[in-house]
Design a protein around this ligand. Structure first.
Ligand SMILES: [Zn+2]
Length: 136
């Protein structure tokens, strides 16, 4: 079962997505280890993601996009819009909350938000229902 108890800080992407609730992380086939993982070959999300490969982040001085002077950039706004429309989640709002509350507090809220009330599993942001038992 995908419980949120093992949630690590490294599982928060620079663009404000909690890898724990991402379909690429939850699935069993071609599972992504999280977009901050530096394995070789790089996970597809890391290799192809325009945000992950953004010059500002590549310098490794930025932990999250909100550290960037261009935040929120056009690319970020585009992604935020897509996520708000399709998945009912705002990545910009997530980033603002991480900045405001700190990572620990943000993760605490994420656990509440994405834990299935029926089985204790994880609700997948991309599917919109519990990955473990299917509850909406
Ligand atoms: Zn469930």
């Amino acid at each position: 079962m995908n419980t949120m108890s093992s949630m690590k800080r490294s599982l928060l992407s620079p663009c404000g997505i909690n890898c724990r609730v991402c379909i690429a992380y939850l699935r069993e086939k071609n599972k992504c280890p999280g977009c901050r993982t530096n394995t070789s070959p790089k996970p597809i999300t890391r290799a192809q993601c325009k945000i992950k490969n953004c010059n500002e982040l590549q310098r490794d001085t930025l932990k999250f996009c909100f550290d960037c002077k261009k935040f929120p950039c056009a690319r970020m706004k585009q992604m935020d819009k897509r996520y708000r429309t399709k998945y009912n989640m705002s990545t910009i709002e997530n980033l603002k909350n991480i900045k405001k509350l700190g990572i620990s507090e943000f993760i605490k809220n994420e656990k509440i938000r994405w834990t299935c009330s029926q089985c204790g599993g994880t609700i997948c942001v991309h599917r919109g229902y519990c990955y473990d038992c299917g509850k909406k």
